[in-house]
Design a protein around this ligand. Structure first.
Ligand code: SER
Length: 318
């Protein structure tokens, strides 16, 4: 039986991943790691153990891993791309110094480690259409620099010490539970809040700018099924391209408008977000993930839009 630590359990991914892992492995086997000020509440606090697990404090991490007999770590601590540009030193401290601490604990206590990479690990000179698994990664954001380093350092710990590190390059994740904060793909979540609240949406990304996206249930499945995958089939480790859909603002607007006919959108492009978006792929080729561990997304743009509108409407009404 696995004993799992989720670092960042109250964040955008962690708040849903922790529940999913508890459904699969049992509540008592999944520790919700958090930093002071972001304590688990409600079902997250009640569904199993929790512990302070700050990636910048290696000794504390080691103590939590020892106390709970942890053998698998989902390391979700990170700043997203836009906020990282404003706080590059902090982004590095959390993303890379923190990862170092996680990998050291994993090496000492034989833990498997999942640390997300991102479409942000690519840059302007990466092929933008059907971006291959193995290609140029020269990002110009600190977020991207830290994600490429995450991939390299994770591979290094696997090759040098045999630490079972695995990762996916997440696209923009869309969810009705915990909103993202400070990312370039956030607009694809914010647009749903505006639609459900009956507000006009001001889009910070220009018409025609395509990026890969994924509905959170697929994102959770990607992480968990990669960690469950037969290691003998993995030719790659950190990290796999995964995608579910690729769209530009006008595409998601049209999908929502079909179901909310009064919904209106205007563009007011944010230069920083736009520059980042343009440097990222338009669509990923995720065939290696499909071949090596059977990755298949379940939600395309229409199914995701339908479910998001339904679930977010119910959530905001309650
Ligand atoms: N969602 C992230 C961001 O926009 C990309 O991985 O920063």
């Amino acid at each position: 039986m696995k004993n799992i630590l989720v670092i960042g359990s109250t964040g955008q991914i962690g708040s849903e991943l922790t529940h999913k892992l508890r459904e699969i492995y049992g509540g008592s086997h999944v520790v919700a790691g958090y930093i002071p000020g972001a304590e688990p509440k409600g079902a997250l606090a009640e569904g199993g153990p929790s512990a302070v697990a700050d990636v910048t404090d290696g000794e504390q991490l080691a103590a939590v891993v020892a106390e709970h007999g942890v053998d698998t770590i989902y390391n979700l601590a990170a700043l997203l791309s836009v906020v990282a540009e404003q706080k590059p030193r902090l982004a590095w401290k959390i993303g890379i110094d923190g990862l170092w601490n996680v990998l050291e604990v994993a090496r000492e206590r034989q833990c498997a480690v999942f640390t997300p990479s991102s479409i942000g690990s690519f840059g302007p000179n990466t092929p933008h259409e059907l971006t291959p698994q193995d290609t140029i990664q020269r990002p110009r954001t600190i977020y991207g620099v830290s994600k490429v380093t995450t991939e390299l350092l994770s591979d290094y710990y696997y090759q040098k010490y045999g630490v079972d590190t695995r990762s996916v390059r997440f696209p923009g994740l869309i969810s009705y539970v915990t909103p993202p904060g400070g990312g370039t793909t956030d607009y694809a979540v914010d647009i749903f809040y505006a639609a459900v609240r009956g507000e006009r949406f001001v889009c910070p990304i220009a018409e025609g700018t395509r990026m890969d996206m994924m509905y959170m249930p697929d994102g959770l499945r990607a992480a968990i099924s990669l960690m469950e995958a037969d290691p003998t089939r993995l030719r790659h480790r950190n990290g796999f391209n995964v995608t579910a859909m690729s769209f530009a603002p006008e595409n998601i607007y049209a999908q929502i408008k079909r179901r909310v006919p009064t919904f209106e959108m205007e563009y007011r492009v944010d230069p920083l977000k736009q520059a980042i978006a343009e440097s990222w792929p338009d669509s990923l080729d995720d065939s290696c993930a499909r071949e090596e561990w059977g990755w298949r997304p379940e939600y395309g743009i229409a199914a995701m839009t339908r479910d998001m509108l339904e679930k977010l409407t119910a959530r905001l009404a309650s």
